[in-house]
Every structure is written in C-alpha cells, then in structure tokens.
Design a protein around this ligand. Structure first.
Ligand code: PHE
Length: 349
C-alpha cells in the first residue's frame, strides 16, 4: 500500500489562496463579480474548500494545527466577502439612485384638456331648466315616417312644409325628420292615458338649407305639456321663466301671432335683445327683440293622434334651436361654425 503523499508548504499554499481571494475581493466592483470571487475561494470547487478537503493528506498530528489555520483563513475571507458585499451594495444603490434621479424643477409636459362643445353646454343648460320644472327627457328617431313627421301633426298633403325642397326623403314615406315635433305624438302615445304629460326632447333635425344662418343638419329642443286645464298662461309663464334662467332676471319675452299646423293658436316668441337689452342694435336689427322659438297650444287633432281626448285635456308645445340660443349667448354670427369642429373656434369657449 502506498504511503499517502504528505504535502508540505501548506502555509504558503494557504497564504496564496488567502491573498488571492482578498485581492480579488478588493478589486470587485459589482455583486456579480463578488459572487465569482466567492465561488472561486469558498465554492464547492473553490481553492480554500479544496484545501480543507485535502487535510487528510497531512500527518494526523499536524492536522489540528493546519485545520485551525485553514479555518481562520476561511473565516477571514468570509468576513471580507460580507464586508465587500455591504460596500458594493451601497455603491450600487447610490449609482441607481443617481441614474433614476428626477429633476422635479423641470417644466412638466402640458396636458391638453378638452371641454364641452359650446352647443352641448347650451343644450345641457336648457335641459336642466326644464328638468327642474318636472319635464322628462325623451329621445326619438332621426329617420322618421311621413306619418309622424307630418300627418300626425296635422300637416296635410300639399302643405309647403312637406315640399321636397325642405325635406330629405330616403324612401316613399321615410325621411330625415325636419323637426322634433313628431316626438309630441310619439311621447303622448307612449304615456296615454296618464297625466300630466311633460316631455322635453333634444335632437338633430334635417332640412335642405345651407347658408350662414341655416345648416342642413341642426338641433331642436322640443317641449310638450298636456294636462287638464292647461292654457296659454301656463305656456307664457314657462317661457318667461326659461328666458329669465337663460338670459338673466331682466329678460322679457313677447308672443307674436304666427302659424303652425300643429298648434292653435300658434306664436313666435321673442326675447328682449340680449345684446342691447331692448334699446335696438345690429343684432336685433334695431327692434330690441330676438326671435328664439315657436310655440302654441297643441292642436286638438294632434292631442287626439297622441291618444288623448281634446275635450278633456289641453296642452302647449314649443320648439327652439339651441344653435340660435348659443349664437345669441356667445355672439357667434355663423351657424356652420358649430358643425365644422375647428379647434380655433371651439377653444374659445
Ligand atoms: N316644429 C316647429 C319648427 O320646426 C317649432 C314648433 C314646435 C312650433 C312646437 C310650435 C310648437 O319650426
């Protein structure tokens, strides 16, 4: 049997491993580098580990001393690794914080905020006024039948309002509604025989018209109230209150006789000029008054078409163009601006 090879020079061997490890630890600048050093010295195949495993090659009487020195070297390297890990960890943290620094004094990126379209602002305002009076919001179709758009509203065949020049027909008997008044009959039919009937509806309407004060598509707000004993005084108060809420306490209204086939009597309603207050100016063409809506007492035939008995109930209706109300409110002189969606216009509101 061979004698085990007894190695000498173990001190030098250990000292070399120790110096190499400590030098490498001192050089390490990252956690990853430090880990490589740890593996090279103390890992399963590391230099110091290998030395400790080879203790059996030394004579038994020398082993305790060699082992003690080797363990001391291992402890020293371990302590140095721990200290270096602490130092490198702090350095890396400091580097990261430096890289991630945010200069809170730099100007921010402005966020573009939008706002409601001026027409929608006015529509919401009108809706709120009537909702607060107990009217109910309703919605109806923009593609309408001749029957609702005209017939049910007492607009007989041959009436100028049905003329092809005014209406966009899609088919025989089907057209884009020319006003929101068909909702009077649709809403009454949906409520009959309940009372009172209080409706407000807002929607797009279409006519073959196009100039600075007419657009082929525009908006109408329609109101309807049906109950027992409703008379012109109720209509007048409602519109006066509406004018005061939109244009201020000083606003007055004036009813002028007019004609609509679906109301009797019919009237056009003027509000005291919002620009000059009634003295006369360019906006009101010197009259002191601005026309803002059409109205009247619902025609008995229309009441009947809605499913109510005109001998028992009566009602009033009105229709207005919110574009016109907004034009007067903001001093806008071209209706088409509402529909062009030019930001240079919209941003002014
Ligand atoms: N529908 C009418 C128009 O388009 C307005 C109106 C509504 C008139 C209700 C009277 C009653 O001009």
């Amino acid at each position: 049997m061979d004698e085990p090879t007894v190695r000498t020079g173990w001190r030098e061997e250990l000292e070399r491993a120790r110096r190499e490890a400590l030098a490498a630890i001192a050089r390490a600048t990252s956690t990853a580098e430090l880990e490589e050093v740890r593996v090279a010295a103390l890992g399963r195949k590391g230099a110091i580990t290998a030395f400790l495993r080879s203790l059996s090659q030394y004579p038994p009487e020398e082993r305790p001393q060699i082992g003690r020195v080797a363990n001391a070297v291992r402890d020293e390297v371990e302590a140095a690794l721990d200290a270096a890990a602490e130092r490198i960890g702090q350095e890396e943290e400091a580097r990261r914080l430096l890289e991630e620094t945010v200069d809170v004094t730099l100007p921010g990126t402005p966020v573009a905020t939008g706002h409601a379209h001026p027409l929608n602002t006015v529509i919401r305002e009108i809706e709120d006024i009537f909702l607060s009076m107990g009217f109910e919001l309703a919605e109806g179709p923009e593609i309408e039948t001749d029957a609702y758009n005209f017939e049910a509203l007492n607009i007989p065949k041959g009436h100028p309002a049905r003329d092809m020049q005014d209406s966009f027909y899609m088919n025989e008997g089907i057209l884009l509604r020319t006003h929101t008044s068909p909702m009077q009959v649709r809403f009454m039919q949906s409520r009959a025989p309940d009372l009172p009937v209080r409706m407000i509806t807002v929607g797009r309407v279409y006519r073959r018209d196009d100039d600075a004060t007419h657009s082929p598509m525009f908006t109408q707000v329609e109101g309807l109230l049906v109950d027992r004993g409703v008379h012109l005084g109720h209509l007048k108060w409602t519109l006066e209150e509406f004018a005061r809420r939109v244009y201020g306490e000083g606003a007055r209204i004036r009813l002028r006789p007019s004609y609509f086939p679906f109301t009797e009597p019919s009237m056009e309603v003027d509000v005291s000029c919002t620009i000059c207050g009634g003295g006369g100016c360019r906006t009101c063409k010197g009259t002191g008054w601005l026309e803002i809506l059409g109205a009247g007492m619902v025609h008995p035939r229309v009441i009947r078409n809605g499913g109510y008995d005109p001998d028992e109930v009566s009602g009033f209706a009105f229709g207005m163009g919110p574009e016109r109300i907004a034009m007067l409110k903001y001093g806008i002189d071209d209706l088409r601006l509402f529909f062009q969606n030019d930001l240079r216009f919209l941003e002014q509101f």
